[in-house]
Write a protein that binds this ligand. Structure first.
Ligand code: PBG
Length: 312
């Protein structure tokens, strides 16, 4: 009766991995998580939706032969993601389909942006060239029926550019969930293994945020709000609860938090070793993220947590 924060399946967004193969592949770096075929993806999303989960977010593993330095495949209307969006919306019209906007799965360099190398091998991420391609990617997903596009690339000015590109093409109704405060985190390791999307060289510290920074998250919040974001995200979640709370106080927009692959893996592996009670720690960590101020939580526990909550 006096509990202030209670979890509900509608708080969760389920991240789903997919690939071109007809077989489903368990992801070894993320126990309990699978890379799905298109057909299984539709089934899995349907099961999650039936448990009360309103939304999924899609992450593709792209064949090496389709990766390139100016990743054209990321806006191919016949590509894996547009086909997945169409299949999901046809099978589950009330499911909210969110797509990731970033170049890394398609980029032969493995970075979220376009890379230039100088004569000394020094590497620069080309912000504005990248933003133009991100707009094409967002349009491609909107055309296929995506409800929300979620730029995770951290380029400057991309929210305003994507908003304008969507509006100009008649997609005023497609929302933007911006990765507002996305930190350069070692907790993404297992995810990059799952998609084979780790940077070939260099790191993401020139565009993702410094874990020591908190005021910068406020600045990014104000910028994304002014640029027209509909929802803001903090990522990772558990080690950044203060940032979730600070973003929550700074904006009136809905706030999402992403419990990332490394956070999931820590709890999963400790539970597998018999050291922690999986259900208890998973629900406690998700409660903490919601208590800090997140309206929505992207979590690999989404389906299982919805089942646990139904058990009571
Ligand atoms: C890349 C992207 C990443 C994640 C989501 N989108 C990895 C990265 O920035 O390198 C990480 C998610 C996770 O670790 O669960 N655009």
């Amino acid at each position: 009766m006096v509990r202030e924060t209670a979890l509900h399946p509608r708080d969760f967004i389920l991240p789903l991995f997919l690939h071109e193969d007809a077989e489903d592949t368990p992801i070894s770096s993320m126990p309990g998580v699978t890379r799905w075929s298109l057909e299984s993806l539709v089934r899995e999303a349907g099961e999650a939706h039936a448990l009360g989960i309103p939304a999924v977010v899609l992450f593709p593993k792209i064949d090496d032969s389709l990766k390139s330095p100016l990743p054209e495949e990321c806006h191919n209307d016949g590509g894996l993601i547009p086909r997945a969006i169409r299949a999901l919306k046809a099978a589950h019209p009330t499911l909210c389909v969110i797509t990731d906007i970033a170049l890394d799965p398609y980029n032969s360099d493995g970075h979220d942006g376009v890379v230039r190398r100088d004569d000394h091998g020094e590497l620069t991420i080309l912000n504005d060239e990248t933003v133009a391609i991100l707009c094409e990617q967002a349009l491609c997903h909107a055309k296929a029926g995506a409800d929300i596009v979620a730029p995770s690339d951290m380029m400057d000015g991309r929210v305003a550019a994507i908003r304008e590109a969507l509006d100009d093409a008649g997609f005023q109704h497609v929302s933007i969930l911006s990765y507002t405060a996305k930190y350069a985190s070692a907790f993404y390791g297992p995810f990059r293994g799952a998609l084979d999307s780790a940077p070939k060289d260099g790191d993401k510290k020139t565009y993702q945020m410094d874990p020591g920074n908190s005021r910068e998250a406020v600045r990014e919040t104000l910028l994304d709000e002014a640029e027209g974001a509909d929802m803001l995200m903090v990522k990772p979640a558990g080690p950044y609860l203060d940032i979730i709370a600070r973003v929550r106080e700074t904006t009136t927009l809905p706030v999402a938090a992403y419990q990332v692959s490394g956070e999931y893996l820590m709890l999963k592996s400790a539970a597998a070793a018999g050291w922690l009670d999986e259900k208890a720690v998973a629900l406690e960590s998700l409660t903490g993220i919601k208590r800090a101020g997140a309206d929505m939580i992207l979590t690999y526990f989404a389906k299982q947590a919805a089942q646990w909550l139904a058990e009571g």
